[in-house]
Design a binder for this molecule. Structure first.
Ligand SMILES: Cc1ncc(COP(=O)(O)O)c(C=O)c1O
Length: 393
């Protein structure tokens, strides 16, 4: 395997990866030194100066610019939220949908995306789920579009099998039919490069506690700033173009800004925002393309070793349709999860097996440890199978 970057230096930034075989970044990231340092800086500033809020808010704007750059958009198109669910709910409730309108989604997609839209059924909006297939692209949705269809909402990468759907072609389809397009990028961001404009998304929602390397409690929302008809369902002073400086609400001046700030409410998760700035710096120092390539190659290696053991992969195998970093192994989680934990290997139980999810710090040795654990437990079965085969002559 090629070295796309100094993997041992990167690994040193994630001490937890030395204590356990960490193959669970799709659940949550282990914390890195730069992220820890950003939190520590925030804490010591709070301790020593009772909180330099303006300094922190200036840093928030710097982080907003970094996020925007990361997604190929302008800073005023980015809002900070609490998590993916909040972002998806903000998006769902901003769309001007009425009774009888239809939204297309994918059966079995992440519930935090689905419920945001299912909740619109109380307004009479119809949510139509198309089947989840290994490949989802424009052709998957096209036959389901009719004169009542107004929007499509879907994940970029699935959490339960590592599909990487063709969001660009779906975005193009939405543009052709004047549909709103909402994308949940939570499972891919930080590993799969994202270009919001190529995706032609109206809204993109995400949290930051997986590929974006910070702890839970911070989310992102991209809003296509040309869609000024999209207004927030909730309002606070922070959402206004002209918040009252005397802190007395002005019913006659509630104009919204031309920025994604219209979707922001109240104070921010400032420490996590600062940590996110440090995390994006770390990703940029390595290069997202290199992280993606590294994970793809580890994935190729994993698939090849699983094949040798005759153990199946649940999701897509080819690079065109799979995420670089998420692989579900066809081993029943009820039988295998505790075994992996006892052997110092962190993975997640999934619908159809055991999910291995990779981060920038994972190595071939991590995959070897996993494979060796599977081989060791399967060995008696393999021997038994060989014995049966030899008896059969
Ligand atoms: C596709 C997807 N969306 C959303 C989430 C999580 O939602 P939230 O950030 O609201 O916790 C996850 C995983 O946790 C996910 O895989």
């Amino acid at each position: 395997m090629r070295q796309h970057y100094d993997i041992s230096a990167v690994r040193k930034a994630f001490p937890a990866a030395e204590h356990v075989v960490y193959l669970d970044s799709g659940f949550q990231t282990p914390l890195s030194r730069p992220v820890k340092e950003a939190f520590e800086r925030f804490l010591s500033e709070g301790f020593e100066t009772a909180g330099p809020k303006q300094v922190w808010l200036n840093r928030l704007e710097e982080t907003r610019a970094k996020v925007a750059d990361f997604l190929g958009v302008k800073p005023h198109e980015i809002a900070f939220t609490k998590n993916t669910s909040e972002s998806m709910n903000i998006a769902a409730n901003a769309l001007p949908l009425r009774a009888g309108d239809k939204v297309l989604m994918i059966q079995g997609d992440h519930p935090n995306n689905a419920y945001a839209f299912l909740n619109l059924r109380k307004k009479g909006v119809e949510i139509v789920f198309i089947p989840m297939t290994e490949v989802i692209d424009a052709e998957s949705f096209r036959p389901h579009i009719d004169e009542r269809t107004r929007a499509i909402s879907m994940s970029h990468v699935t959490f339960h099998a590592g599909h990487r759907f063709d969001v660009e072609s779906v975005g193009e389809l939405c543009a052709q039919h004047s549909l709103y397009f909402v994308v949940d990028v939570m499972q891919g961001i930080g590993v799969v490069p994202i270009d919001a404009k190529t995706m032609k998304a109206t809204f993109i929602g995400s949290g930051t506690h997986k590929g974006l390397l910070v702890p839970q409690g911070l989310g992102l929302l991209y809003w296509d700033a040309t869609r000024t008809e999209l207004e927030p369902a909730y309002l606070a002073a922070a959402s206004l173009a002209d918040p009252p400086l005397d802190f007395i609400a002005r019913p006659d001046n509630m104009a919204l800004p031309a920025t994604a700030g219209r979707f922001e409410l109240g104070n921010f998760n400032l420490p996590a925002v600062q940590a996110l700035g440090a995390a994006i710096d770390l990703i940029n120092q390595i290069g997202i393309e290199k992280i993606q390539q590294h994970c793809f190659e580890l994935g190729d290696y994993l698939i090849e070793r699983l094949d040798r053991l005759d153990v199946g992969l649940v999701g897509p195998r080819d690079r065109q349709h799979r995420a670089p970093h998420i692989y579900v192994i066809a081993l029943p989680a009820a039988d295998w999860l505790d075994y992996f934990t006892q052997n110092g290997i962190r993975v997640s139980p999934e619908r159809d097996g055991i999910r291995v999810s990779l981060g920038m710090f994972n190595t071939i040795e991590d995959i070897d440890r996993l494979i060796e654990a599977i081989r060791a437990r399967n060995a008696p079965t393999t021997q038994a199978r060989t014995a049966v085969l030899s008896k059969l002559g």
